[in-house]
Ligand binder design. Structure first.
Ligand SMILES: [Zn+2]
Length: 237
């Protein structure tokens, strides 16, 4: 029991506590905003990185196809030249040597063309991957813009509200009996809110989950005096 205080004295304290809980909740969500901002910005950055990687992969692939194309062209030119040289020679051994070079070159061209076909078959998948990465990046960028604007609005609104509630709190605090206020603030600091809690019929304190004595339970039930939980010190009602 606190200094012979009567149960009805809790009314103003309960109003104060409600205001305090509102303030704590708002302050907590304000405090979480920078971290949420960072996360969103990181996500947009990650998506941008993914897009750049997909774009690079598609470009490198395209370049490989072009390089093979150039190699095929140069080998075809060589082949044409070898064929002319073969026709022009009168020596049998030279003729056979050209024939062998022609075979090798033709077979190289065949291999290159197969490679090129394989690369070309994989190209649409890479282009689709780039397109998908672009869409994901753009979606993240749009949502980032919207979310940041929301955060700015929430910061401003809740910041102003907290200021106003803290101002109101001063007036509410002045109404509470000093000894009760001191108990409330000290328990609030060490255990957190709520400090004033309703004791259920089973007599188990919701603050610490311990059973209060029959004596305390009885006193709380008749709502005459302000009692505290013998274990956690919270104010019972
Ligand atoms: Zn307790």
């Amino acid at each position: 029991m606190i200094g012979g205080m009567e149960h009805r004295d809790l009314t103003d304290l309960l109003i104060l506590q409600e205001r305090d809980m509102q303030i704590v909740k708002l302050q907590r969500s304000l405090k979480a905003i920078p971290e949420q901002r960072t996360q969103l910005m990181q996500r947009a950055k990650d998506r941008e990185k993914a897009l750049l990687a997909a774009r690079k992969a598609a470009q490198e692939h395209e370049l490989s196809i072009k390089q093979i194309e150039l190699e095929v062209k140069s080998k075809e030119a060589l082949l044409a030249k070898l064929k002319i040289q073969q026709m022009e020679t009168r020596k049998n051994d030279e003729y056979l040597a050209f024939a062998s070079q022609i075979d090798t070159t033709a077979s190289l061209i065949g291999d290159l063309e197969t490679q090129q076909l394989e690369l070309m078959e994989r190209q649409p998948a890479l282009q689709e991957a780039e397109q998908a990465a672009r869409q994901r990046f753009e979606a993240a960028r749009t949502s980032l813009k919207e979310q940041l604007a929301k955060f700015d609005a929430a910061s401003e609104r809740d910041g102003a509200l907290v200021k106003q509630l803290l101002e109101e709190r001063k007036a509410l605090r002045a109404k509470v009996e000093p000894e009760l206020l001191a108990t409330y603030e000290s328990i609030g600091k060490s255990r957190g809110l709520p400090v004033v809690i309703e004791l259920p019929d089973d007599g188990v304190c919701p603050g610490c989950n311990m059973q209060v004595t029959e004596d305390v339970r009885g006193k709380v039930l008749i709502k005459l005096e302000v009692e505290r939980c013998p274990n956690c010190g919270r104010i019972l009602r």
